[in-house]
Design a protein around this ligand. Structure first.
Ligand code: PHE
Length: 459
């Protein structure tokens, strides 16, 4: 089959970085850092990336580039008749599944960009931002329309193909994202009283570091690097054979971490400027859509031009970050149906989009008309979110590292990461050790912690 590759090394890096840089960088990392010892947390996080994240990323890259096919096909080729081929399928369906709710949030970022531009937050009482958000998500129509717009944009990029769709959009969107992040961070740091926010984010406080901190840093590192499913493996199947895998993984991780840290510089100086307690801003959707619109209004002047610009750029930034991640999620499933079921790219992409439209609609409506449908005490949206983030992704990371560490031929592994001897790989032994022992053990700890066992033993 005629298969496209990325046209340039930069394009490949930016596409993979687009997958990694997502909502997680903005709505989770900064607040986790602030509450878990600032620079101490950042150091632990970077260690997690180097020791645990990079080996998995390099392995996913290797599996994709070596097999040069979609994720399900890749594991099938490498597992030669064993049960490991399920790992590839699981990666595909996990990505497809995540896209269903991730794109709903993508729609929310568009709505909030629109609200910012129309100055809708001006004059709203601090206590009313929660109602604005709840009224919006429980409305049966408006969130759906934004979600449809978001997924259609994603669909459009995917149907344009690997080079003119994914690569080209990454080359435009990632630099745009970076410029917006720097602009917002600089504006925020220049606010009066901002230094307290910077201190909150950066002052190392090792007394706050305990087993929980390390577990949070690990979970965040895996999610933020888009590991544990098919995204990076699929993108790497479009790398050409000379792409240096270790270096590319390092570049992607550095970009992802840098953006996450800069996101903290956007959020905390403004929070401190208005004298708000950083432990009360919340995390995830409540931080992003309830606390921050209020913080930006008050820090930059109610209804002022600066507050409109700042807030609109902030939600647009979230939109861009979510879009490039959604594109990578969509591509996992599109490559799979196209190649495994012999469809044209347009057909394959349409099938993926239709499934996401149906399931995403259920997720979106689960805040309104379908809110009484509960599975394990969660609405449909949270069920999708928890099942993927808490169960499927960690299991994916664990088995990918076991697969790469134990099952893959070591000679093949070394040949691939060294591009057949062209690149020095002094880290090879360490990498295999991490894949075989450290990562599986780390994930086991994450699971034990989630089950509450860890707390019972150590506290
Ligand atoms: N890395 C993305 C983020 O930080 C989320 C993501 C996870 C995207 C898995 C694709 C695959 O938000």
């Amino acid at each position: 089959m005629n298969r496209e590759n990325f046209g340039s090394r930069l394009g490949a890096i930016l596409a993979a970085a687009g997958s990694a840089v997502g909502l997680g960088n903005v709505w989770r990392f900064p607040i986790e850092t602030g509450q878990n010892g600032g620079a101490a947390f950042i150091i632990i996080y970077i260690l997690c990336i180097l020791l645990l994240g990079l080996p998995v990323m390099i392995s996913e890259f290797l599996i994709g580039r070596y097999t040069h096919t979609n994720t399900a096909g890749a594991y099938r080729i490498l597992s030669k008749g064993s049960k490991w081929h399920w790992l590839g399928k699981m990666g595909v369906y996990t990505g497809w599944f995540i896209l269903c709710y991730y794109a709903v949030v993508g729609g929310w970022t568009l709505h909030y960009t629109y609200l910012s531009l129309t100055n809708a937050f001006s004059g709203v009482k601090a206590s009313d931002f929660g109602n604005i958000f709840n009224d919006f998500v429980s409305n049966p129509w408006i969130p759906l329309l934004w979600f449809y717009l978001f997924i259609l944009l994603t669909h459009y990029v995917i149907t344009r193909g690997v080079q003119s769709g994914i690569e080209r959009s990454s080359k435009i969107l990632m630099p745009t994202l970076f410029i917006i992040v720097v602009f917002l961070a600089v504006s925020s740091v220049m606010l009066p009283g901002a230094s307290a926010g910077v201190e909150f984010l950066l002052r190392p406080d090792w007394s706050k570091v305990d087993s929980k901190t390390i577990i949070e840093a690990m979970g965040q590192a895996f999610f933020s690097l888009s590991l544990g499913m098919g995204c990076l493996c699929t993108y790497a199947s479009y790398f050409d054979k000379t792409t240096p895998l270790g270096k590319t993984a390092l570049h992607v991780s550095v970009i992802d971490t840098l953006i996450a840290i800069l996101a903290g510089f956007i959020i905390f100086p403004s929070v401190f400027n208005i004298g708000m307690n950083p432990n009360e801003v919340g995390v995830g959707a409540s931080l992003t859509f309830i606390s921050l619109p209020n913080v930006f209004q008050q820090a930059l002047g109610e209804g002022s031009l600066m507050s409109i610009i700042f807030s609109a750029f902030f939600y647009f930034l979230l939109f861009v970050a979510a879009l490039t991640s959604a594109i990578s999620l969509h591509e996992v499933a599109t490559a799979y149906v196209t190649e495994e079921f012999n469809m044209t790219r347009n057909r394959g992409a349409s099938l993926v989009t239709i499934v996401v439209l149906v399931l995403g609609t259920l997720c979106s409506l689960s805040f309104g008309p379908l809110s009484n449908i509960k599975i394990l005490d969660r609405n449909i949206f949270s069920m999708f979110d928890d099942l993927s983030g808490v169960i499927l992704l960690p299991i994916g990371v664990m088995f990918i590292s076991l697969f790469a560490g134990w099952r893959l031929d070591k000679e093949l592994y070394r040949n691939e990461i060294s591009n057949h001897g062209d690149i020095e790989t002094p880290y090879f032994k360490m990498l295999i050790f991490s894949l075989r022992f450290m990562i599986p053990l780390a994930i086991l700890l994450v699971f034990l912690d989630q089950l509450g066992l860890f707390k019972a033993i150590f506290k």
